[in-house]
Write a protein that binds this ligand. Sequence first.
Ligand code: ADP
Ligand code: MG
Length: 773
Amino acid sequence: MRNKRLNDTVSKVKVYAEKMARMSDAQLQAETPKLKSLLKSGKTLEQILPEAYAAICEADKRILGKYPYDNQIFGAIAMHHGHLVEMNTGEGKTLTATMPLYLNALTEKSTILVTANEYLAYRDAAEMRPVFAFMGMNERAGVSRQPDGFLTNDQKRENYNADILYTTHGVLAFDYLLNNLVMRAEDRFLRKFYFIIIDEADSVLLDGAQMPLVISGSPRVQSNLYAMTDFFVSTLKADRDYETEDKAVWLTDQGVAYAERFFGIQDFYAHENFELNRHVTLALRAHVLLKRQEDYMVSDQGEIVLLDNGTGRSLPGMKLRGGEHQALEQKEHLELTQEQRSIASITYQNLFIMFPKMCGMSGTISNARRELRSVYHKKVVVVPPHKKLQRIDRKDRYFVSAEEQYEAALEETLHCHQKGQPVLIVTATIQDTQIFSRMLVDKGVPHSVLNADNAYWEAEIIAAAGMRNAVTVSTGMAGRGTDIKLEKGVAQLGGLAVIGIGRMENVRLERQARGRAGRQGDPGSSQFFVSLEDDIVMTMYAEKAEEYIDGNRSISHRKLKHIINNAQKTMEEQGISSREQAVRYDEILRRQREILYNARDRLLDQAQIDKGTMQDIVNDTLQSFVKTHPKLQSHDLNRYVLDNLSYELDPDILAMEKDSKQLLERMEKYAAKLYDRKVNSFENAEQLQEYIRQCILNALDDGWVEEVDYLQQLQYAITTRGTAQRNPIFEYSREAYHSFEDMKTTMKRNITRNFFLGDPEMNEDGQMKIVFP
Ligand code: ADP
Ligand code: MG
């Protein structure tokens, strides 16, 4: 039904297409202002879609020499309707995106495309820019040509103000957080979110979404618990003292009892042992979950370098958060780096949910239908290929040992290579590329290996994988988004042969690998060679698998298949559940974040704070002070006044009262007097308002940074509690609620102190600078 409606719209586009084809360039270019004025006169995007799509299609043809095929128009319409479209690799998703981008940019609201890495964002932006420019639209890349290039807020503002922006999900998420850390209204650079297309949507929405994105800031006081807990953990025994599951690890009851004896404490889970508990968790994770050469390596300079296990790419400069990096350094006996506090964080799920209109595209997304529907409420629409798929997907070959598996894969490689047919070997892990590369060297086969470093030259190598005689060894996700064209004559040899080694973490990754061959109706083939020694099988069923690998037991083909394929299924389910967890944890943080960011925005937008509000804040603060100090001595009171209200003591006013109610009244009166005195020190009401706003902003940010950091740490501490019949999410949300309430109290106290003790100064350009106490 739905597809029929999409197809009807394709027909409508085609009706306009003929008219557009007859137009002069100038007439075609005049479509942009015309369509904009149609929108302004009340037409909907839906109504102008056929004409707008036909216009940009014609521009695609005139400028790039490519007229979008019907299936691309179909996919483009589905995207405008907010769907996630699956279009095979090489079907031309970049060109497809020009249609919804152009249409939505006509609203003059923010129109963004994000993709999996900076190389792709830059490349696609550059390639499509002439088309948009021809149609009078300003299009930009939100990333710089050099990796790690730095952009100023002004440059960022220009980017985000462009009609159309190509960027990466990482840059966008960081910018969102940074935009909410600026101190002045004019430093903000984001526009209100409106429309977004997510290219390589499965990679961005699923593979990249397991961990929240975190901005780290001011250093935290370094704890000395790392060494102690590292030693403690090194004495533990698996299964007896701790258990693992789902990339989580926790102490068993026996382990907890041992920890209590080891550290000489009563209750490992007591509030006062939070830090110890947290460090034990960090050390456990470092020892049990993080594997050298898979998750990280140690550089020659003695630094931890993280690895992206999907691509094998090293992630220089990236650090694990929440102290995990230091725990890892301790495990490797390196010098500990300074631990940074998390100051802002968000998951991609919650970032994208903020867009009123979101859609996406990918070569492999239909397998994740259910998850995408439940997390994003999105439907997947599969677009049939332009030309019939010719690729031959051969049956998987199953082996008991890795040795047989690699030998067979090598034999198949040599078989294809002897004919001159290009072969792309795709492995599940980085180490596997190295092993296979060595085997090729032994046979004297020249080849390229793609397993680390940067997307720029990765793309070059992989683009050449379709040349005659080419042999390329790569990890699963490396070179994603790069088109592999076949050299002339290669089609006659059977096209590109993809040889997969190892069962991958999920079906999407395998389909992505197969999709390298057979683009746009090319011939090609694919086959996977899998064994019990594959990483995921060993992770899931090590004991079971080892018996067979050692030859102690024989195994039927059926059983072999079952074990290997089940490992993948389980792995996939774990991925889903850990993403669900991340979303649920961040959901709690999201509500708090929204409250804070809204408050910040109102302050930056010159909100007026009336006297009543300020007095309520001050009085709440005084009240909570009196309440929390039942046995108040007069020197406590003096101390409090000096620290919070006034640098001068007024002995008359502050004589002690026996009765706390009377004391409070007295303090309130005193504060009211100080309040008036402060107010009178300003030249005018506007200056006073500016002063109050900055006092609040400062307190808000301080409190919020603490909160984000605390919640981040809490997540680590709490996941270990999973065993003892505790529900981690429930506990987390309860703790988060309390800490949010505490944060509010602290903020009020800091606002009060800032207000009374802050020292404002006007600098030359008329801006207020405040020295806070
Ligand atoms: P995808 O992102 O779907 O894998 P790309 O956008 O990288 O595919 O496009 C693959 C190749 O197909 C590119 O070389 C592109 O120029 C070409 N292409 C896409 N659409 C068309 C079209 N309508 N006509 C001709 N060539 C096209
Ligand atoms: Mg692409």
